[in-house]
Design a binder for this molecule. Sequence first.
Ligand code: NAD
Length: 497
Amino acid sequence: ETFKVELDTPIYKGSVSCNTGLFINGKFVDAVEGGTIDVINPSTGKLLTKVAAATSKDVDIAVEAAKKAYKTSWGLKVSGAQRGELLMKLATLLEANIDEFAALECLNVGKPWSESKGFDMKLTLQTLKYYAGWADKVHGKTIETNEQKLAYTRHEPYGVVGQIVPWNYPLTMVSWKIGPALATGNVVVLKPSEITPLTALKLAGLVQEAGFPPGVVNIIPGYGATAGAAMSLHPDIRKIAFTGSTLTGRKIQEASAKSNLKVVTLELGGKSPNIIFNDADLEQAVKWTAIGIFSNSGQVCTAGSRIFVQEGIYDAFIKAFSEAAAGVNTKTGDPFAEGTIHGPVVSQTQFDRVMGYIDAAKAEGATTFIGGERHSLTEGFFVKPTIFTDCTPDMKIVQEEVFGPVAAVVKFKTEDEVIEMANDSNYGLACAVFTENVSRAIRVSNALEAGMAWVNCNVTTEYNVPFGGYKQSGYGRELGAYAIDTYTQVKAVHINV
Ligand code: NAD
């Protein structure tokens, strides 16, 4: 079955469509048990379509198809150059349909067109092309031994890789996952988030068109507790790459321990500190801090949600930052309207969660400097850009990931004190430092416990630079050459000469 709508908006005119079945063994099929998932448009709260919901039975079928494909038509059976060519073909097909993909993402996630087209789709394409280029450049080393032997290493694929992705960057996350996995010769069973399966399904159509052998790529929407759990426990899945919450990451690691010790890489949540020193360029610091917490409605794992401001610049910063938030608020609304930069959060559940954190912050005594309520739009899940000031490090709003457009501001006095406060977190995904003093920038970014540090910028993500966290933000790296390592295992070959 197909989902299809005609759009006539100021920004996009034309049809948008995708298949709504499970993509297994090169074909779209219904779920064995016939279950479906309601897919909602977060800008209106209304049903967009239903898609098939995979259960453990479908996971088994997809894994069987993948195993067969690995043995007969992928893995060590095809050259890197052939894999690269197919990946490049997929990228080219995506590029030819990029506006329709961008529109579908706007419908399903509520992202403003500028973000969907300007960020998500751009990064998705770059990522697929980049890994297409890698496919014939993966090789091992030769090693001199003392024993008259020749030793060399091979970087081999794992085989069947399970990939589980979240709803905040649905298609981009698919590219980060399948790009390096396919380039290195793995076959994949990928589960999109049940909230946002549409662009992944649309891409499955292009996988078919590009001519990948059946079973190399399987895309199966389904609920986490059923399809996701079945994947994590599956004895024939050799690796799981997961992006999502820390809570779910923990379950996946447990499932791996209970089943076959499959390799797990985890990209989890964050509570990234943004530190603004007295000597920061105020205008730049405000601009990047606002981007850090309000883009994608704050539903960004690297979102700069803890904002530490030094006392000398505090008043000026808060004034300018709240003006920026007010500006974002005036550009809130329909993702397809000209000039929209702020959309809804993704679901009713997410809306309730964000409002719950807002209420908790008020109850704990934080000052609502701006926002702190539902946007006046009558339908959809819109939250006003919100800034809490007078926050203290122990507050929930400072410790826990909100995943919404909500900033918690804490005042600080000294560099040592702020490093201590910033590192007082279970998370360690990213951080940002604003200062015009290069020594301080290096000192502080080195001292912060995070997998990514931005200096005088924020949340910029490049396809060729590693992405991932410290502490309970996970382990393993995506993007760049680092991802090639996480999708290969090393074999050492010893030859008696
Ligand atoms: P989530 O953990 O609820 O869901 C993520 C995915 O896991 C979904 O596909 C879901 O169906 C699946 N899932 C849920 N329960 C499962 C289970 N028991 N077993 C297997 N799979 C299961 O997270 P979410 O709400 O979709 O996404 C938001 C979270 O993702 C945030 O915490 C955010 O920080 C994190 N995130 C991290 C990164 C990163 O790269 N570090 C990027 C984006 C989002």
